[in-house]
Design a protein around this ligand. Sequence first.
Ligand code: BGC
Length: 417
Amino acid sequence: MLRKLLIGTALASGLAFAAHAEDVKEVQMLHWWTSGGEAAALNVLKGDLAKEGYAWKDVPVAGGGGDPAMVALKAMVAAGNPPTASQMLGYTALDYAAAGKMGDITAIAVKEGWDKVVPAALQKFTVYEGKWVAVPVNVHSVNWLWINKAVMDKIGGTEPKTFDDLIALLDKAKAAGVIPLALGGQNWQEATMFDSVVLSTGGPEFYKKAFNDLDDASLKSDTMKKSFDNLAKLVTYVDPNFSGRDWNLATAMVIKGDALVQVMGDWAKGEFHAANKTPGTDFLCYRFPGTDGSVVYNSDVFGMFDVSDDRKAAQAALATATLSKSFQSAFNVVKGSVPARTDVPDTDFDACGKKGIADLKAANEKGTLFGSLAQGYGAPPAIANAYKDVVTKFVHGQIKTSDEAVTELVKAIDDAR
Ligand code: BGC
């Protein structure tokens, strides 16, 4: 129903566009930023564009991780009514480019020298056959713990440095009658957490081989089995109502002190920020134990569609605004992510943001920056979806043992290759 409505609106506005002879002073954007923190971050962009004289036409499609949004986008594009731009992850912009649906913003990129300030790891996903087709908005990373400080103090907890430390900490929370682990039982949240578990269990080389290179031996290894065993252990610490819970509601449990910790990408910090919470005082951000020194990342990009001539000026304004240094700081401070440019000072970021920026730089230099498989940066969407499917079946008991999980994972990935 929502989709029909959205597509209806899109068709109507497409007609309106055709009727205008001069430039359309409006940016139409499809995205899944519907939580409090996400909406606050988006407001920064709306404000910047308003200053340039561009109105905002919102096409929100709720659903963290963006799968429902991508279904809605596909329908709009198929109907010949692409938005000015859409939030996208990973290989999506490249796929639309291969299908001839993306615009070409290379002239702006060249004029503004993007190739010198956008990390090469991101350019891989925004440049197709030498042409810029998308603009990176941020860099998120998934291997974080978000902890309520008052609960931590109450149980006398300290930063867990190993997976066993984490289990001991969760036990303390349990003994104190607090929900130890806030989790939303949706496939993308479970797989996002599993990315961290695999990195922690197998180390950086293993993560890369298994989840970026899709190396068969690593996927079927004992280390992968151990990773599933560790995931199963973690899941014993969630409350019985976790199935289907939205990620931001899980974050709210930690913010309120109903739960000790959430394992989630740093968009969770956007929720703490929106609730006026301060790191070190109200909450703590630690790398998932055993993963400090590595960054498992995803990056939101705005894919720029091949729009009609009268909409190109608005698209160019959006591209320029998005990669401006001031926006990259202001937006990412609110969003919880870090800038997609290497030359943005960390001055305005809180302690977690400063750590995020430093970690990204160090990981990039050391070769320990890896794409998140759950977030579409480890492999193309069909493989990421196969992965999410196996992880969620394991978490919800449809796959019963770690042996079976490994077999199913190898099979699902092979089928999707
Ligand atoms: C996106 C984030 C977003 C999160 C939850 C991730 O896939 O990269 O920007 O906040 O999903 O909606």
